[in-house]
Design a protein around this ligand. Sequence first.
Ligand code: DHE
Length: 514
Amino acid sequence: MKPLLAAGLLFMALCAPPALSANPATLYDTHCQACHGPGRMGAMAPALLPQSLERLRPAEVESVIRNGRPATQMAGFAGTLSDEDIRALAGYLAVPPSSLPDWSAADMAASYRLLVDPARLPPRPVHSANPQNLFVVVEAGDHHVTVLDGDRFRPVARFASHFALHGGPKFSPDGRFVYFASRDGWVTQYDLYSLQVVADVRVGLNTRNLAVSSDGRWVLVGNTLPETLVLLDANGLRPVRTLPVRDREGRVSRVSAVYDAPPRKSFVVALKDVPELWEISYDPAAEPIYPGYVHDYKMGEGIAVPGYLNPRVTPLELVLDDFFFDPSYRHVIGASREGRAQVINLDIRRKVAELSLSGMPHLGSGITFVRDGRRYMATPNLKGGLLTVVDMESWQTVKNIVLPGAGFFLRSHENTPYAWADAMMSPRKDTLALIDKRTLEVARTLTLRPGKTNAHVEFTRDGRYALVSIMETPGELVVVDATTLREVAALPMMKPIGKYNVFNKVTRSEGTSH
Ligand code: DHE
């Protein structure tokens, strides 16, 4: 090239206006839609709506677009998109779409997959592990689930799950089936006898959690987008009914949490945006008319009795972010994340006490235990680094136990004197505290893998071993003798989050979440 021409081209390049960033909606359609779906509603990859991304900081969203996500199919776009485009795309994803996304009965039906006819499932397990001492381990690192033999600590099966399972998977009363919910609204039924997925359905765009009825007939799923409760047939997951979540004035609300209350034969539902607590009876003999307010939902065919599969409402002063039952299931202990907590009697349907729980209680991880003949509950705190212990008769706080740091989860078992708490939200994320349930003191601390997140404990059915997640990618599942605290096994896993023992769950051990 002639020197003059080269200089001219260089001059033109230097003077040219910077490349304009493309329209972010067009960028989305070109680069993201194939995996993340039209309208950002999710397809083979997760939904990219603000509700789905609220746990990520804007800088993290940019970083994922730029660099991709390890161990997933999300590739980095650093070589394809300019910095401005990446910033514009991240900004676009943070804004709700112009038309409100919905998830209709037709969308649900279109997503439904029955992979095996429940009538053709084998009558007995196809594996040799004790079906009552299996663990289900959720691995968030590469979105898989491991089924683990709880006697031999060996994997029995491993399968790909939907993106971002959240909350505890729930079991059928006999422990044969396990049900998972993903943050993106997918619900999966898995058979622990034949080790296969039975059915799969997307019930919403953003889901809170699910509960399974104690008679094994129903699965109730609480959504935050759209604001609905979806009732599924537990045997094959066919959608039965969608309840819009609205209060008496018609204001819509996201669901905070739904749990099963076995002795009451009902689901109890806390709402995030309106101060109401709902109880939905699945007892066919439920009283047809409840005193007080009953939503009139014009039930579907064959469900004419308003008391059956129909919400009855307890009006509250405060919304509830999460809750916990007492062992009789007559009381709900509910808290807003700001730490205002209340005890609600489900029979007389009103608040009977207030609790002082400072910080940000995480009641879903609460446990109960008996000490000197009295029952106590203990709940971790997402802020403060305190474990609050409450007397369940007087509803007084008896102690705030200082932990190494703020944590998420608490676990114990009838056969161990210790409750194990993590400090995963703090700089001491590698430290577990073992609280003596007799003295309410931290008896000792335990660090299995220094510098790594040591969190979420679950016991074998006999309480002899504690299984701890090393929540890293790659991470490990470490098995510890609950008496000697010696490590007895370690299994490589991809960021194991929660693990759930069939027996402890179906028998509703006092030391585990329900
Ligand atoms: Fe969870 C359970 C709410 C963030 C892992 N979490 C629950 C439950 C609720 C809840 C209401 C009980 C439902 C159930 O088990 O059926 N979680 C919330 C939040 O409000 C919060 C703080 C913010 C949010 O993003 O929703 C939150 N949770 C997280 C996480 O960041 C965790 C650590 C990692 C993740 O996978 O998202 C997390 N939550 C868990 C786990 C359980 C859970 C592992 C089940 C615990 C159990 O042992 O039963």
